[in-house]
Write a protein that binds this ligand. Structure first.
Ligand SMILES: [Zn+2]
Length: 240
């Protein structure tokens, strides 16, 4: 069929529809996010091995939308299932957060290859021990999407940050003492928390302290415009 697309993708999420169908959201390197209708996906193990499991890495054969944005998923090869997410609730919770954020940060037909690559790297890492750092991944995902928090200079005036600083996600990150009083939602932040976030890019660093995690969540949810549904499970497991 003309316009048919064969692409590798990460399965972000799926939704059951009717008796036997599914709608799936895929993240691709060259096309950004795609949503697709998968007729018979709950019944046909031949065309849809594994039933289109979220977090898996697949090769999808799709027909273009006739109208709107919904592609039609004809067939799918399961390249990499994610056994870790079925064996460990912690891995499942982290994969859920990573895919929910990738869904929010990506757009239909607007490819961000770095976002795709960091998500795939993170999900692959979950199948190894020790697993990857979720917070490092979140920072990488924000950075890939061009919305990383500004940590080393004031988000308003660009000036240097002193020993004390404030943080306001609506202003893009840290603020100097001169600019902070004019920002509506700025909170005081310790140099230790900023240092923990700044050093996260270094793969050798530990997980950030709780204050730094809270800043990262605030910044992230400012970008997505909502509280992430999958964050609740992460918090219940003590990983938030
Ligand atoms: Zn300033």
């Amino acid at each position: 069929m003309s316009g048919e697309l064969v692409t590798d993708a990460v399965v972000l999420r799926r939704l059951d529809y009717g008796e036997s169908d599914r709608v799936v959201w895929l993240l691709t390197e060259a096309r950004g996010r795609l949503s697709a209708f998968a007729p018979g996906a709950r019944a046909s193990r031949r065309r849809f091995p594994g039933g289109i499991e979220p977090f898996s890495f697949v090769r999808a054969r799709l027909s273009p939308p006739r109208r709107g944005e919904l592609w039609r998923l004809a067939e799918l090869d399961l390249l990499e299932p994610r056994p870790s997410v079925r064996q460990s609730l912690e891995c499942f919770a982290q994969a859920s957060v990573a895919c929910e954020i990738a869904t929010d940060l990506s757009r239909e037909a607007d490819p961000v290859p770095e976002l795709y690559q960091t998500l795939l790297r993170f999900l692959r890492g979950l199948d190894r021990t020790p697993g990857p750092s979720l917070f490092r991944h979140l920072l990488e995902a924000l950075s890939a999407s061009g919305v990383a928090p500004r940590l080393t200079s004031c988000g308003c005036c660009g000036g240097p940050i002193g020993a004390q600083a404030s943080f306001d996600p609506a202003e893009g990150g840290v603020l100097c003492d001169g600019c902070a009083p004019r920002a509506a939602s700025a909170v005081r932040v310790s140099g230790r928390a900023l240092g923990a976030l700044s050093s996260l890019e270094d793969p050798g660093t530990d997980e950030p302290i709780p204050e730094a995690r809270a800043l990262l969540w605030r910044h992230l949810e400012q970008q997505t415009g909502r509280r992430l549904a999958s964050r609740k499970l992460l918090e219940e497991l003590g990983l938030g």
